[in-house]
Design a binder for this molecule. Sequence first.
Ligand code: GUN
Length: 303
Amino acid sequence: MNAFPSLKLIDGKATAARVLAEVREQVQTLRQGGVQPGLAVVLVGADAASQVYVRNKVLRAEEVGIRSLEHRLPADTTQAQLLTLIDRLNRDSEVNGILVQLPLPQHVDEHCILQAISPLKDVDGFHSENVGGLAQGRDVLTPCTPSGCMRLLRDACGELRGKHAVVVGRSNIVGKPMAALLLQADCTVTMVHSQSRDLPALCRQADIVVAAVGKPKLIGAEWLKPGAVVIDVGINRIEEGGHSRLVGDVDFAAALPQVAAITPVPGGVGPMTIAYLLKNTLLALDLQQQAAHPERTPCLSPC
Ligand code: GUN
């Protein structure tokens, strides 16, 4: 039996299933029109966690009818070889999305690889064209995990305008794009990180806390204002009582009596990342079709 009141739990699994059902329906319509979206997933090396993530991405893509093209390359793949593959995928009209799983081996320059992906196929939203576009509030491909968190927040909070959101962590993958998306949703946004002074006091001001630091159970009850909504992006494996289990960056049991709503780990943010990757693949296809036929989507402002 679940000891926690379910109303407080933000069910990422159920929301992700709804997003995937929407994607599946859109893919069906596209396929009836003779177009099958394609997603290329590139994995370099044999990092165990990355292998699991990539397998899940490929499986979910196939479940919704997106053609997935998996490229598993050995750990000693050179940067030049990887750039050659990306160039081929950029030119392939059957590939609408390209994802290079991170981290890459140390001898490969991650920034250089991410910049080589066509911004219109950049389903991770990591290319600086898309990072800049998000900062400017343009309609671009945005990183999957923060996009999924926004969907959970909109469902849990309704109106986000004017809410004070505190983002804990400043990574390029989650913290920074999350802050930009919250700002775009008219939140007041504070970013805090390991060098911030009095982290608990800063977090206690928040209506919304997004935790993305990778430190197990860092955020306790004393960090949270009563009635706050908490999105826990952390997925940390810990050993406890002779067992290994996954916990978030938030001390879930301690936070629960304090909060209005919270994502569990696992089953909160995790499933949303893949759902938004597949949603982004359809968005990428749409952007590519617009770029191929600019006359069908008139630009109203000079750009
Ligand atoms: N590694 C961990 N998270 C991600 C992600 O969202 N995208 C990619 N490409 N690699 C990751």
